[in-house]
Design a protein around this ligand. Sequence first.
Ligand code: ADP
Ligand code: MG
Length: 729
Amino acid sequence: MRVTDRFSRHRSLAADSASKCHKGDILPDSLSESNYPLQYLKGVGPARARALAMMGIVQPTDLAAYYPRDWQDRRLRFSIGDAPMGEKTTLRGTIRSIEFSMTRSQLGIATAVIEQAGATIQAVWFKKTTPRYDVFSSLRNHLQVGKSLFVYGIIEWGPGGRQIRVEDMSATANADTPLEGDEVFHFDRIVPAYTVPEGINERLLRTLIGRVLSAKPRFEDLIPPAIRQKWQIREQSWAIQKMHFPDTLIQKEEARQVLAFEEFLILETALGLVRQRIKQEIKPQHYRLHKTLLTPFRQGLGFEFTAAQKRVIREIFDDMMKPQPMNRLLQGDVGSGKTLAALSAMLLAVENGGQAVLMAPTEILAEQHALTISRFLKHLPVQCALLTGRQASAQRRHCLKEISEGRVHLVIGTHALVQQPVQFASLQLAVIDEQHRFGVEHRRLLRKKGSCPDILVMTATPIPRTLALTLYGDLDVSVIDELPPGRTPVITRHVAEEEAYRRVQDAVRQGRQAYIVYPLVTESDKVELKAVTQEAVTLSRTVFKDVRVGVLHGQLSGRDKEKVMEQFRKGDVDVLIATSIIEVGIDVPNATMMVIQHAERFGLSTLHQLRGRVGRGQHASICLLIADTKSDEARRRIDVMTHISDGFRLSEEDLKLRGPGEVMGVHQHGMPVFKLGDLIQDARLIQQARLAAEDVLQTDVDLALPDHQSLKQAINSQHGDRQALGLTG
Ligand code: ADP
Ligand code: MG
């Protein structure tokens, strides 16, 4: 069999073909050699073909792309005499006797004594018997005294001495004959283990894959030859062969890396194309650094930007002054001062006659942003407006009019911004705070509110490098890696509830303020909310009866929320009992204590965000976790929190504990899925793939060269119809 050059495309299309298969249009008009339905393969038939199709395996090429879940070393490493107890091993011996019996509980037992160099062991098979059917019929055919038997299984003690509990076997005529035919796929080598669909046994699947591969199909490399040479990457055909049937386990890992690199290269090239497409657009606006707003803004701050802020602002300004739109991710730990960097960018747009928008994920954060921003801009001729879903309609209408007529320069809001018919006179910069809370769709919609506006997305959830390179691979990245001076590191402790409350009382006595946070699954969950408000009432009457307590949660009206916040900010409330809506953006330097109830229910990044609410003033701050750590996972998470304070390191830990989808909360937003690539383990490969993709696109912007056709096809079939992971502008 020779596989055509469409092979590689078929691999990625496997899932598609499977769904087509159900619609009954699987038969191609010409049956090419690689492209025939599996049911015509020996040993398959219609029923098994259907079972395989459920797994996306429709034609031989799909089989090659169905990678093992594990490998078993079935090389002959031990003789029968020295087979190790309790381990899965492969043995070979000559059959000396065979016996079939049955226990009282109707369990059939087959026993064959096999012998090698004078030593013997019992090979045993167990099978549940059925009245109408001889469960050992096929075994009776294979087992004959004098034949040589390969067996794989665990070595243990049985009633008759040492035995090997057989999981798989192969027989040959005698000890000198080698394995023949399909048997070579199952013994005397490292063999692949697969996840099998119901109705297909592993042996059959391994046989089918072995047959397809031993025809030495020629796979067409997705990785362009120049890249393969530069990074010393082996050929795809080699990798696919060795992925299934490696000579050594090291070789298997080498093969996996080739195929994983291929996956990463497809993604990174797709992302690179998106980046380029955006860069090919030309903005209508042309910026100059007038400094009519920027200079007074800077002078009115009362502090200096940190070096990291300065660097990042320069990067952003450089982008904004280019003819192509900016598409930049701004990362920085909680409290690192991203907002001011973004505000500087917004002012640059405004002093050039444009409008800017800041989109925040929650009302409370939008309100908080509006408040701080208008405070910073108090003495400047800049009009700000807040636009959320909760405003009264008359007020909103007025607001929309002001925006569309260009009288408002800065608009701050929630996703209401993209959902409502907001029209800007001249939107030139869109800033998105806490990007991970939004779908990529939001970013696209916001972009459409202007004509090629610059885009700046900010996140305080430090994104592990690998994710930044994959999920956000279409963005340029700036990092604020320094906190403003005078921040005190926050100590984190896992404590009992009583101790936490005692410490809160102490803190309040010393004039400080505290947060007590309860997790809610959803802010709209009435039952849970009631429990929290109840608890707040109880606490304020008991432990905190001498303390001024405020309550803040998502169900309060905007005005009530603002009132409570204002009281807390002014120091009229000592202890703020809140749901996790305070996670982002609240900034009260006198609050030095963060108590988190049921901390085990929060993810690491949320805990870190909450912790970032304190440590913002000159007083030492502390974060107290009240947590039930019965489960291992919870214990690990709490442990990580109490030991790691650096947001970036924490996010790497988070990635390990929860996996990328959970970390970013983006499973529904087109999180890339890799068959073999691993975001944690393969950080280096991803990095290389990013560079390789840049190489490819540098020489061939449209992937027009012959060497790049397979790669292009793979990108089209994987990302073409999904708006390149939703990352397109
Ligand atoms: P982030 O959004 O990155 O979490 P913010 O922009 O909200 O952080 O800044 C946190 C706090 O630090 C705010 O009160 C802000 O005014 C203050 N701040 C920002 N930059 C500086 C600086 N260079 N020096 C002192 N304080 C700063
Ligand atoms: Mg912020």
